[in-house]
Design a protein around this ligand. Structure first.
Ligand code: ZN
Length: 292
């Protein structure tokens, strides 16, 4: 449910009331689409205007920062169910739905990874699009005794996850060899090194690199699709959604850095030459000295 009411400064203020979190069917992955009409409207409000408040858990809401972030996370809303397509089950652990262009790129990437012995295992997608309801469940179940601030280090508040866009994917590798999904140990695996070297070729970049100033935990498993170039079909929309994040907190490895690289001007040192008439004067003076 969405309530719209005029605020003191006469700008529209939205609040979004979500149902209490319950575990999405199908374990960690979502297997059916959640009710979406009111949530889609909420998504529009989130992306277009940016509400002043973000709802966390158990009716608790927080004031967002001036740049629209809630506990460090930008607002993304939720992609419409009919804008998503399923990734083949053989490539994912659980259901995986993404925007068609991101799904196609993911399939190409996973096919390339499967044929490369450098991966040393098999890469899979294990979390793709998440609805607002699913994200609320993900956020609120994280360290239930923790504060919202602590939770936000490793999970985005509902409406503020890149997974809501249908362009973000979490990777994992099998065999796991003792490294749980969505843990930093992934970065020590050859599969991650392969991703770091190859994912940009398929239009994916690492959203939350190590020591990112966004304040989100380093997530070597979490990548977003932005296309290899802005001309690639669908890339403009993805880049629009991620524009603020890419500008303020660049990915690494990143594709086409948003901020133009400042190239310092080339300084050419030249030997100052005296003007021709000055040279003539000097010659004349030398001749006069010889005459003396
Ligand atoms: Zn993720």
């Amino acid at each position: 449910m969405i309530n719209a009411s005029p605020s003191r400064n006469n700008t529209r203020s939205f609040s979004m009331r979500l149902p209490l979190p319950s575990r999405p069917r199908g374990g960690q992955r979502e297997t059916r689409m959640q009710p979406h009409l009111p949530l889609s409207l909420a998504a529009i409000a989130l992306v277009a205007g940016g509400p002043a408040q973000a709802q966390l858990c158990n009716g608790v809401s927080i004031t967002k920062s001036p740049d629209g972030r809630a506990l460090g996370h930008f607002p993304y809303g939720d992609a419409a169910p009919d804008a998503l397509m399923a990734v083949p089950p053989s490539m994912a652990i659980g259901a995986c739905r993404l925007r068609p262009e991101a799904a196609a790129a993911l399939q190409r990437l996973l096919t390339a990874a499967a044929g490369d012995p450098a991966v040393q295992g098999r890469l899979y997608a294990f979390s793709c699009h998440r609805s607002l309801v699913h994200q609320q469940w993900t956020f609120c179940r994280t360290r239930e005794s923790a504060t919202g601030v602590d939770r936000a280090i490793s999970a985005a508040p509902p409406g503020h996850s890149e997974h809501g866009t249908g362009y973000a994917v979490d990777f994992t590798v099998r065999p796991a060899d003792g490294c749980p999904d969505a843990e930093a140990c992934m970065a020590a695996k050859p599969a991650f090194r392969w991703l770091a070297a190859n994912a940009p070729r398929f239009g994916l970049e690492l959203s939350f690199p190590t020591s990112n100033k966004q304040g989100v935990k380093w997530e070597p498993w979490h990548w977003r699709w932005v296309g290899k170039s802005s001309a690639e079909p669908g890339a403009a929309r993805a880049r629009f959604l991620f524009a603020k994040a890419r500008a303020a907190f660049p990915a690494n490895p990143a594709i086409d850095p948003v901020l133009p690289r400042v190239v310092p001007p080339v300084v050419v040192r030249t030997i100052e030459q005296a003007p021709a008439d000055e040279k003539g004067k000097k010659k004349r003076r030398r001749k006069e000295r010889r005459r003396d």
